[in-house]
Write a new protein. Structure first.
Length: 345
């Protein structure tokens, strides 16, 4: 957090008038402006950069009457995707936004939202995840930062460059970019080579032929231009990726009470759902882009009960619950309750 002193126009004018009247050199009164640096992984100028983080920054600056200034560093320019959360904790960035899955093993309970069948849209997934956090179920995983809001990408599907994936056995031998450890385990069980990499690196890897495909949501296919590389799409919902915007604890606590309140007012469910609205629009645009390009689609309806995909998805859930233990099963049950009740959207 950077503090810079900027003279206000009124203070400078009063000082000048006093100097003219008394002949004394008068220093202008100074008003402190706090600059907050946001690091995120989405490309600069993208809809997420502009309509989510740009809108958040503008609203914060307006509410603080200029006492808070927000600088946005998109596209890994301040911190790499897999280090954004830790860079926020350590103070390299004041605010960081990224996928929790980039910090392997750090947020095991958060991953409950990423299981197949839990979420049908970004809005629903964001509502469930933010509710779990607001109700205190995830406190221990974020005790080193000040969480602003959480959201999700919406369902992630299969996208490949050369051929359509029709059944799970078609994944055997393919090199697939995995979005999460849970999906990576699924790929490995099906004989695919699961490769982890940040989303901004996928385009180049597909262009070079280093990977054959990926599991991704439609927003990412548009934002990272992956519809240019993958022309076959199997719409089987494998996961929903968790995302967070969080703040360095010291940067937050150093703010005076009224500015902390402004940050609080720009946190929680309202901004979770605003993020989801951006994502759901990009999901629509990403799918429409692939349709207009004449790509080939396979839609797996009611995937959890599909004779080919259902057992694979259920095994993925069962393995996560068994491996995570603790409160994982309770959180899964609560997530499904929220899906049917509070977050039935």
């Amino acid at each position: 957090m950077t503090l810079t002193a900027r003279p206000t126009r009124l203070a400078a004018g009063l000082a000048l008038a006093a100097g003219l009247t008394t002949g004394l050199a008068a220093l202008p009164a100074l008003a402190d402006t706090t600059t907050l640096r946001i690091a995120h992984v989405w490309p600069g100028g993208s809809m997420v950069d502009r309509d989510l983080f740009g809108a958040w920054a503008e609203s914060v600056e307006e509410a603080s009457e200029g006492r808070l200034s927000v600088e946005i560093y998109p596209g890994q320019t301040l911190a790499s995707a897999d280090n954004t959360y830790q860079s926020t904790v350590s103070g390299v960035a004041d605010i960081g936004a990224t996928a929790q899955g980039y910090s392997a093993g750090r947020f095991p309970l958060t991953q409950v939202i990423e299981l197949p069948g839990v979420s049908l849209s970004s809005r629903q997934g964001s509502c469930i995840l933010q509710s779990l956090y607001d109700d205190g179920h995830l406190d221990d995983e974020y005790d080193d930062s000040q969480v602003l809001f959480m959201f999700t990408t919406g369902p992630g599907y299969l996208h490949t460059s050369d051929r359509l994936i029709e059944t799970p056995s078609d994944l055997e031998g393919l090199r697939m970019r995995r979005p999460t450890a849970v999906v990576g385990d699924m790929f490995s069980r099906l004989g695919a080579q699961a490769i982890g990499m940040p989303a901004p690196d996928v385009f180049t890897s597909m262009q070079r032929g280093a990977i054959d495909g990926l599991s991704f949501n439609w927003e990412g296919m548009k934002t990272f231009r992956l519809n240019e590389q993958a022309h076959y799409h199997t719409e089987v919902p494998l996961y929903d990726l968790a995302l967070t915007a969080t703040m360095n604890r010291d940067s937050y606590e150093r703010l005076p009470d009224d500015l902390r309140q402004i940050i609080d007012d720009h946190s929680g469910m309202e901004w979770s759902l605003r993020a989801a609205a951006v994502y759901d629009e990009l999901i629509r645009q990403g799918r429409e882009e692939a349709q207009e390009a004449g790509h080939e689609f396979l839609i797996i309806d009611d995937a959890m009960n599909d004779e080919d995909w259902g057992p694979v998805l259920q095994e993925t859930i069962d393995r996560y619950l068994a491996d995570t233990g603790g409160d994982a099963e309770t959180l899964f049950d609560e997530s499904m309750r929220l899906q049917e009740e509070s977050c039935d959207v």
